[in-house]
Design a protein around this ligand. Structure first.
Ligand code: HAS
Length: 561
């Protein structure tokens, strides 16, 4: 593989460090399920209380792991597909800022100064250093992205007529989505939360802060998803023994995400006051559009896998499914991607339910929501990150996976665990079980505040799923850390390559050749859907001031003054 030595080192740290942090992330996830079901009391969570543990779980798994991975994966994709060097200065400064940002935020969370959950919007308030950490983290991710731009432009100049490799279009789309998403959250953090936390201003416009957060928060989920889509489009077909059914479909899907990811964050705020109902309706319609590239992906990938299975003798309308390499140890990456797809069918369907204005009022802020997102970010995204981290670290170190059969079992066990877990949470959610609410002793303990007996069965199923998920990740840690301990042979690096599928239909269609028109369309879409409501919220006379929690209230618990 063509990769500069400095970039190789940065990528290795960016992949290994979050996997180590994941030990804490997963541990706090397990504690959450045990707590909900009444198996542990909040005070016994090793000195970490409910909101603190939930913050650690969300920030490590959903922000730190995903961003480090996207940056590291992008470095490898750009450098290896374009066969050109990256700007080391930018990549290295990006890495340093990501690291400092992570350490600051982690220090604040673990010392109890930032129990604000991964959404960190007011009235929950963190220590100023938490917000400084977040800001550095975001700038670090920007610099890392900018290290690819000179490489891309040079390649473009040298190859004016060639198509940009699909993986590069995919990873650039990921970071265009991220760039658009992080501007509003940077404004929220720098101009609202930080001054408020420093005591420079006494009040904060809560609706504005939440709106800026969800302006970031929805495209964030596609920032998580798109690196996995890069694997699906460019690697899965070859792993299945076939070709990508349509190169155009892949490009079109990525570019559609650039335009459609951001202008629809109000679907997280259907219940919020202060936002006009017409704007909510517009965002509802746009949300149904954002499912289109995923629907296209479902059909394109099914056709690609069918091509693979039929080239090794698969037949019929459905019998060819039996010919896919589910248990082929040489193609151990296949089940990480395939299982993610299967999980995503349920994650996607429940997303569409959430997006319906009327059905949303049934499930908003209930356990249904974490059930949905464990089938999306905890399904395809998480399995893609685990599989690809193992693949890249092994290749970049010149190491070996001692027992590939064990590696194969991780995604199957995870699928069983996460589907069981989400089933329990869906059941609880439909019966009104709230999400991320400290109920006192637990959710189902008769002595706790707001106890409801009908939540017991869902919470217990959730524990079963949580335990299976934990076992699956422990198995992954075993395979991963054992691989790290194997003898390294750097001469293997020359023969190590990213998996790249050929296209069955290699269309050459003009309007998906350039990124620029899609970026312009994305900015216009964002302006049309956000400019007026943001102006209205920012200038409203009925600014909702921060309502400080009583120091002894459960919500204030864990946030040291
Ligand atoms: Fe979501 C809330 C709507 C996708 C993550 N979402 C969340 C939250 C998170 C999250 C983290 O409209 C909670 C935020 C919080 O903390 O409050 N979501 C959607 C919609 C989609 C969607 C319409 N979400 C995602 C993805 C995520 C993610 C992706 C992470 C990566 N979501 C919502 C809404 C809310 C929400 C509301 C707010 C709810 C509330 O009230 O708070 C769509 O993008 C989904 C489209 C997907 C599909 C599925 C395509 C299927 C594929 C698999 C094909 C399989 C094959 C294999 C080929 C249409 C690609 C076949 C194999 C066989 C064996 C058959």
């Amino acid at each position: 593989m063509h990769i500069q030595p400095a970039i190789r080192k940065i990528v290795l740290i960016e992949l290994i460090l979050p996997i180590v942090l994941l030990i804490f992330g997963i541990y706090h996830g397990l504690l959450q399920t045990l707590y909900r079901a009444g198996y542990i009391k909040v005070a016994s969570m090793l000195g970490i209380n409910y909101y603190q543990g939930l913050t650690a779980h969300g920030v490590i798994n959903a922000i730190v792991l995903t961003t480090f991975f996207a940056v590291a994966f992008g470095h490898v994709v750009v450098t290896s597909c374009l066969k050109k060097n990256l700007h080391v200065g930018l990549a290295a400064s990006g890495f340093v800022l990501l690291l400092i940002g992570t350490l600051l935020a982690a220090a604040m969370i673990f010392t109890g100064h930032a129990s604000v959950l991964y959404t960190f919007y007011p009235p929950l308030k963190a220590h100023p250093l938490f917000y400084v950490g977040l800001a550095l983290f975001v700038v670090g991710s920007w610099l890392s992205f900018y290290s690819w731009i000179p490489t891309y432009r040079l390649w473009r100049r040298e190859n004016p007529t060639r198509k940009v490799p699909l993986a590069v279009i995919g990873i650039f789309s990921t970071f265009i989505v991220w760039q658009i998403a992080t501007v509003p959250v940077a404004v929220e953090v720098l101009f609202m939360l930080l001054p408020w936390s420093l005591g420079w201003v006494a009040e904060i416009n809560i609706v504005l802060a939440r709106t800026l957060f969800w302006f970031f928060g929805h495209p964030l989920v596609y920032f998580w998803l798109l690196p996995t889509y890069v694997m699906y489009y460019t690697m899965l077909p070859k792993l299945a023994g076939g070709k990508l059914f349509s190169d155009f479909a892949g490009r079109f899907a990525f570019l559609l995400f650039c335009v459609l990811s951001a202008p629809l964050g109000f679907h997280h705020q259907f219940s919020d006051p202060g936002i006009g109902v017409n704007w909510k309706a517009l965002h509802t319609v746009l949300t149904s559009f954002v499912a289109i590239p995923s629907m296209m992906t479902a059909f394109t990938l099914a056709a690609s896998m069918e091509h693979g299975a039929k080239s090794v003798g698969g037949t019929g309308l459905f019998r060819w499914w039996g010919k896919l390499p589910y248990m082929d140890a040489q193609r151990w990456l296949f089940p990480y991607l395939f299982c993610g797809l299967v999980i995503f069918i349920f994650g996607g369907v429940t997303g569409i339910i959430n997006a319906s204005f009327s059905m949303n009022s049934l499930i908003h802020n209930t356990a249904w929501i974490p059930a949905h997102f464990h089938l999306t970010v905890g399904g395809p995204v998480f399995l893609g990150i685990l599989g690809m981290s193992l693949y890249l670290v092994t290749g970049l170190l010149g190491s070996d996976i001692r027992n590939k059969k064990l590696a194969l079992w991780v995604p199957y066990l995870w699928t069983l665990g996460v589907c069981t877990f989400s089933t329990g949470l869906f059941m609880g959610g439909l019966k009104g079980e709230p999400r991320r609410t400290n109920m006192g002793l637990s959710y189902v303990n008769p002595e706790s505040t707001g106890f409801r007996s009908e939540w017991i069965s869902g919470a217990s199923i959730g524990v079963l799923g949580g335990v299976i998920m934990t076992l699956s990740v422990c198995l992954f840690f075993f395979v991963f850390f054992r691989m790290l301990a194997e003898k390294k042979d750097l001469t293997k690096l020359d023969s190590f390559a990213l998996i790249e599928s050929e296209a069955y239909h290699d269309e050459n269609i003009g309007f998906v050749r350039n990124l620029k028109p899609w970026i312009v369309a994305a900015v216009i879409a964002v302006l049309c859907s956000y400019a007026i409501p943001l102006y209205n919220i920012a200038t409203s006379k009925d600014i909702v001031g921060a309502v400080p929690f009583a120091p002894d209230s459960p919500m204030a618990q864990g946030t040291k003054k």
